[in-house]
Design a protein around this ligand. Structure first.
Ligand code: AMP
Length: 147
């Protein structure tokens, strides 16, 4: 029996992203699972676009920032050899849209990085914390060091 069949790696382009990615890739290989990749675009203005909209990677737009995001995302997906159908660049709110995508795509393990925040920053909420609390599937929080 395959313990996990569909793993979703959530990437935020942080310095420790490669470390989180290596864990997800290792698990996908070990369990012979499908690996999907998601980045939620929450840092560029996208007028007339609804949260949760999937951005097509194979169509050019005249939005320079969006093209840069697409190039950056595609280069990570290529490096991890993620199948084109399993690449998700979504305009939205990370903590909501990662979980929504996992539900829609029948993901059984989400992999995120976690800074293990506490105190005020935990109260303000981290993506990892929210995914952990709202996901319907298992979540692996890869512990990251602050420096
Ligand atoms: P944070 O709680 O913002 O420090 O992020 C913790 C983890 O959540 C990151 O290591 C990623 O796995 C995931 N994450 C944060 N922001 C995004 C995003 N915009 N898109 C996809 N995943 C994200």
């Amino acid at each position: 029996m395959q313990l996990y069949q569909h793993i979703l790696l959530a990437v935020d382009y942080s310095a420790q992203g490669d470390y989180v990615a290596s864990k997800a890739l290792g698990l996908a290989k070990q369990f012979q699972a499908t690996l999907s990749l998601v980045h939620i675009l929450d840092n560029i203005p996208m007028p007339d676009t609804n949260y949760g909209t999937v951005i097509p990677l194979n169509q050019n737009t005249d939005h320079d920032l969006l093209e840069q995001e697409k190039a950056r995302f595609t280069s990570i997906a290529d490096r991890l050899q993620v199948a084109k159908a399993n690449r998700w660049l979504i305009w939205g709110v990370p903590k909501n849209d990662i979980v929504d995508l996992a539900n829609r795509q029948n993901v059984d393990l989400i992999v995120v990085g976690s800074h293990g925040r506490h105190g005020l920053s935990l109260l303000l909420g981290s993506t990892a914390n929210s995914v952990l609390h709202h996901a319907k599937c298992d979540v692996m929080a890869v512990r990251l060091q602050e420096n």
